[in-house]
Design a protein around this ligand. Structure first.
Ligand code: FE2
Ligand code: FE2
Length: 172
């Protein structure tokens, strides 16, 4: 097996990991949306779910380009990140605190995806899969934008969460 084939295998492995990661996220996002209190955060989760459907489709297009079956490989990292998100979903907390905890979980997910897509994009570029590289870059940009949006929402919500926490202390 040549070196290039090895990188090709690694690239496929990354794609399969991302494919399973996105599918898990697709199931979790509606639960996060339902658990969120802020209307803006609900919208952000809902819009990212729609984007995530596109991310799944883009990966399927790439599998097609590469002429391999669209098949996932268990992504343990996303499983863990979602398990943590679910802990936050179940937690009893003041609404702004709860939203802040959901954002914290969601941003971990986005950063994981950003790392995965960045790597896969670079592999695609190295291997000369130009169309795959472009598709992966598009998703990477959207993950980055989703992360920034969450940061922006968190800045407002964290202030509210602090006030809510003070309220809890006062009622002590
Ligand atoms: Fe995604
Ligand atoms: Fe994402």
């Amino acid at each position: 097996m040549s070196k290039l084939e090895t990188l090709n295998d690694l690239f496929l492995g990354e794609l399969r990991d991302l494919y399973h990661a996105e599918q898990q996220l697709l199931k979790a996002l509606p639960e996060m949306e339902a658990a969120a209190h802020s209307a803006e955060l609900k919208i952000a989760f809902n819009e990212h779910r729609l984007q995530t459907e596109t991310h799944v489709q883009r990966l399927e297009t790439i599998f097609e380009i590469l002429n391999v079956p669209a098949k996932g490989k268990t992504c343990k990292a996303m499983k863990g990140l979602i398990a943590e998100a679910k802990e936050h979903i179940k937690e009893k907390a003041a609404s702004a605190v709860k939203d802040a905890s959901l954002i914290a979980a969601a941003q971990r997910v986005e950063h994981y995806e950003i790392a995965g897509y960045g790597t896969a994009r670079t592999f695609a570029a190295t291997l000369g899969y130009t169309q795959a590289e472009e598709l992966l870059q598009q998703t990477l940009n959207e993950e980055g934008a989703a992360d920034h949006r969450l940061t922006h929402l968190a800045q407002g919500l964290n202030l509210e969460a602090m006030v809510a926490a003070d309220g809890f202390q006062e009622r002590g």
